[in-house]
Design a protein around this ligand. Structure first.
Ligand SMILES: [Zn+2]
Ligand SMILES: [Zn+2]
Length: 383
């Protein structure tokens, strides 16, 4: 496992070593940063193009091109600044302190790199923070597992997911206002908005359950295909036949079974309890959420479980916010803090870093990030 501890860092990086080890493509800071910015402009254009293309495909009947292009340009300015702030802040800290320090290399620079998030629109600030919060939780679980503080098994993961699902569906049902945008794939309108005397759906219960299974099988399957297509976008452009492999991939089918089965069982249990009680109640959703969570064991997926947990936190914050207002700028600052922790993880504990971060930094720097990491591992931290 690749771990660079504080002691190991100071043993390998002596006083005389400066920031040029972080930009091995050029020794001088100014031209090295200028070159990095050019590569970042190319890399970020490549990284965000498929994401915006997906938006065009999903909203093809109702696209505001002007707004979309503006948003794309805004995202590119933010992401290139993100890369630039990271390296420039490293160089400045090195000039200021006269040497590289353990916590300034990725932690402090990761924080500064996150600050250009304020260039983004409020919607994108919230979404980015939400993604990074999910990845932060994923990193916490992977780090705890790697140091032996927790052991994960299919049974434990499934039980944890069932509990999260139960709390989550209860919170959705008892939420008095519309939940903020979140990453959870399924939610019903809460009971207070509906007729509580009996099942509120239009179709009969069998049809309602069947429609849920089919529709959400498609959602789970589609999400996995899109995720795969985004990570393999360049290979897909070169070889479109890969699309067939993607569609037939059994992992995508299994995830469709998880989401379709989840909604089917949730609706089945909820309908049964409503019929027994002759009205809908919050605890029905909690019980239905718990039972339906069993589908997690079809294909355990840490990110899926983390999303459930992160959405619970998000809903609780939303409730707390009604009593203690949270300034909107704090979301952007939270993003910078999460970025700092994830970048520290990326450089110092590479094996437990979420794959998305590794992939993002590699593409957004057009491969220069990999050069830095390889140089550090081969020359500074070779064991
Ligand atoms: Zn430098
Ligand atoms: Zn029903």
């Amino acid at each position: 496992m690749t771990v660079i501890s504080k002691e190991f860092f100071y043993k390998q990086v002596s006083d005389g070593i400066d920031c040029s080890i972080l930009h091995p493509w050029m020794d001088e800071c100014v031209p090295a940063n200028a070159y990095l910015m050019v590569q970042a402009a190319i890399g970020c254009t490549k990284f965000f193009f498929p994401l915006y293309l997906a938006q065009v495909i999903l909203n093809r009947h109702n696209i505001n091109w002007r707004r979309l292009v503006k948003s794309y340009i805004r995202t590119l300015i933010y992401s290139v600044s993100f890369v630039g702030f990271f390296m420039i802040s490293n160089c400045i800290q090195c000039w200021y302190f006269g040497r590289l320090h353990y916590y300034s290399l990725a932690l402090a620079s990761g924080f500064f790199a996150g600050l250009p998030i304020f260039i983004e629109s409020p919607v994108n600030i919230n979404l980015n923070t939400l993604y990074f919060f999910n990845m932060f939780l994923e990193a916490v679980v992977m780090n705890l597992e790697s140091i032996g503080k927790i052991t994960r098994t299919k049974t434990k993961d499934t039980l944890a997911f069932m509990t999260c699902s139960s709390i989550l569906m209860y919170l959705f049902d008892t939420q008095s206002c519309k939940p903020y945008n979140n990453l959870w794939f399924y939610q019903q309108k809460n009971s207070t908005e509906r007729n509580r005397d009996n099942c509120a759906h239009k179709d009969n219960c069998h049809m309602h359950i069947l429609k849920g299974i089919i529709q959400y099988f498609g959602v789970g399957f589609g999400l996995e295909v899109i995720k795969f297509a985004l990570t393999k976008f360049q290979a897909l452009m070169k070889d479109p036949k890969l699309l067939i492999t993607m569609l037939l991939n059994k992992n995508n089918l299994f995830f469709g079974l998880v989401t379709g089965g989840y909604v089917g069982i949730f609706r089945l249990v909820n309908c049964l309890l409503t019929k027994m009680d002759k009205r809908e109640r919050g605890y029905h959703k909690a019980l239905a959420g718990f039972v339906s969570g069993i589908t997690y064991c079809i294909k355990p997926n840490l990110q899926f479980g983390i999303t459930a947990f992160a959405t619970i936190v998000q809903l609780l914050i939303q409730r707390a916010e009604r009593k203690i207002p949270i300034p909107s700028e704090s979301v952007g600052v939270l993003f910078a803090v999460l970025n700092a922790l994830l970048f520290h993880n990326r450089f110092m504990y590479a094996d437990t870093c979420p794959k998305y971060i590794t992939n993002m930094t590699k593409v957004c720097t057009n491969g220069l990030d990999t050069k830095t990491v390889e140089f550090l591992l081969d020359h500074m931290f070779a064991v």
